[in-house]
Design a binder for this molecule. Structure first.
Ligand code: FES
Length: 145
């Protein structure tokens, strides 16, 4: 079943501009009918539901796009395809939970500090992968000088 842009916007409860944005990002697709009007396969409603759910979970558009890449563009996904997408989301969410737990546990060191220093604060610079082996901050840059 094919839907117009207005029908998709109404049924998915999103703005038409959001549909154009998702399409521009390659998250959904449409085609033009003989009257040059956009048409969507009804399976687009599930893809939009995935996008909205991912946004509610705090995933970035790139992470949502990555998960959507395992789903077919113009037909309903099979059970196996849903499971594959679920695995992608699970690993993304596991990583976010790990990072948030780590940040929460390290928050205690910052209470009363407030420096938010790039060189020593784990909250400000949580991705400092070399901190455990080389020390905090721009260690490699300091070594090169
Ligand atoms: S705010 Fe100072 S170490 Fe985090």
């Amino acid at each position: 079943m094919e839907l117009s842009v207005g029908q998709v916007a109404k049924r998915a409860e999103v703005a038409v501009s959001a549909l154009h944005f998702y399409e521009q990002k390659g998250m959904i697709t449409s085609w033009r009918n003989q009257g040059n009007q956009r048409r969507y396969d009804s399976s687009v409603l599930r893809r939009i539901a995935v996008i909205k759910t991912g946004q509610q979970l705090g995933l970035s558009l790139e992470e949502i796009k990555q998960a959507l890449s395992s789903l077919p563009l113009n037909r309903a996904p099979s059970q196996e395809e849903w499971q594959q997408m679920g695995q992608v989301w699970r690993s993304i969410l596991d990583e976010k939970i790990w990072l948030m737990t780590k940040l929460r546990d390290e928050l205690g060191e910052c209470i009363g500090c407030g420096c938010l220093s790039l060189s020593k604060c784990r909250l400000r610079n949580p991705q400092d992968a070399l901190a455990d082996t080389l020390g905090n901050g721009a260690t490699l840059w300091k070594q090169q000088k």
